[in-house]
Write a protein that binds this ligand. Structure first.
Ligand code: G4P
Ligand code: NA
Ligand code: NA
Length: 194
């Protein structure tokens, strides 16, 4: 997706060989026009899948999920990382290990909102090691619902996440695929336009 790649090139800051900072349009300040285009692109890529729900993880997955959901006409559910005061029973839970933080967190979703028969599109802002996305797929499976695909805004293709998700049988669509962050430079995987 060209406009996204342009934003990454112009506004992204390479923090290290492994980390890209995109706080000016995705992870802190949010660019609404770009996020709207991201939603349209995800909706186009997954349009024939009879999606009934979008599932994401708070917080940075919510904005691109919302714009995609508007296009597809379905609700968004965001999984929580912290226990909620009003949400304490009737939960689906999964453990997610974070390599960057070296800690395991429990993510939760109410059983009221992902139900048997749902066809779920999972969306997240970054794909690194794939642990967050795998945790989300586990929540869907526990509800006897189906994951129809995983949409990622920025994939770090030099990390193992995509391979892990594909080996687990999931269809992954990433709008920007980064091949390298070496020498403070963002390299993209060039993709054929179908
Ligand atoms: P994993 O799910 O792929 O295994 O990733 P990991 O636990 O290592 O990621 C922890 C957090 O860091 C996640 O956000 C993830 O989106 C983010 N992240 C991973 N790599 C990068 C990167 O190169 N750049 C940026 N900007 N973020 C990255 P989170 O803690 O869930 O935060 P948020 O969703 O509230 O923003
Ligand atoms: Na993030
Ligand atoms: Na995230």
């Amino acid at each position: 997706m060209n406009r996204l790649k342009q934003a990454i090139s112009e506004k992204g800051v390479v923090i290290s060989d492994g980390v890209l900072k995109v706080d000016s349009f995705l992870n802190h300040q949010i660019d609404p026009a770009l996020t709207l285009e991201i939603g349209k692109e995800f909706a186009e890529r997954f349009k024939n899948q009879e999606i009934t729900k979008i599932l994401t993880l708070e917080s940075s997955g919510i904005a691109p999920s919302l714009t995609t959901a508007l296009e597809l006409g379905v609700p968004v559910i965001f999984s929580r990382k912290k226990k909620s005061l009003t949400l304490s029973s009737n939960l689906l839970t999964a453990k997610v290990y974070s390599y960057t933080k070296d800690e395991t967190n429990e993510i939760t979703v109410s059983k009221d909102f992902i139900v048997e028969g749902d066809k779920v599109l999972i969306i997240d802002d970054f794909l690194a090691n794939g642990e967050a996305a795998l945790g989300l797929t586990s929540l869907v499976k526990q509800a006897n619902a189906t994951v129809v695909g995983i949409g990622i805004v920025i994939e770090k293709s030099f990390q193992p996440g995509r391979d892990k998700l594909e080996q687990a049988g999931f269809h992954v669509e990433s709008l920007a695929r980064i091949s390298s962050l070496k020498n403070k430079k963002v390299g993209f995987i060039e993709e054929m336009v179908a």
